[in-house]
Design a protein around this ligand. Sequence first.
Ligand code: ITT
Length: 208
Amino acid sequence: MEDMLKKEDFENNNIIDMNVLYFVTGNQGKYREVVELARKYGLVVEMLNIEKIEIQSDDIREIALFSARWVAAKIRRKIPIVVEDAGLFIEALNGFPGPYSSYVYKTLGLNGILKLLDGIENRRAYFRAVAVLEHPVLGEQVFEGIVYGRIAHYPRGTGGFGFDPIFVPEGEEKTFAELSVSDKNKYSHRARAFRNLFEWIRSRFSKA
Ligand code: ITT
């Protein structure tokens, strides 16, 4: 495996600890989930709550890529960063709110979404997450995760954030907001994307 990296590669690049990643987000809920997962891989994830630009696009992959490249350029690629964009896609609403999830959550809220689905039998929906790693040595890599499920008829639970109280993942009866962080991580779009990312990073390191 010739592209395996050794500790010296990182030291030459002025990275002190190769087990640390910086997650650029202002969302504490996302951060909690990712930290819980990272621990299992022996990785430390720090929250980097700095400005990042979010372009308007109907593709969350494009949004995440643009943000990640922008932040990486701003910090002159000195540390490994991850930017993640996620959205809720509701089948009966043709994928709405999708890339506009954050705005729709702030404006319509959970009840607004439930009203739009009033009388509609098809409750199918999915969350999608795209996590972009910009690494000083390993370069750019994109990881995705999806969880299918359905929209509940009324909000339940107090955990999590955003649309968690109205989303029930396939194979569960509880909403994401009724699950603990580690139980949400068994299903979630974010956990799937980050598990791929952490496994990929681990596969690049030779054992010290
Ligand atoms: P960033 O700082 O990381 O951008 P954000 O809250 O703006 O945080 P996104 O743009 O990625 O995050 O997410 C858009 C919205 O989608 C988010 O505000 C939630 O309302 C919703 N969302 C995404 N992932 C979710 C999850 O796991 N559970 C519930 N809602 C979620």
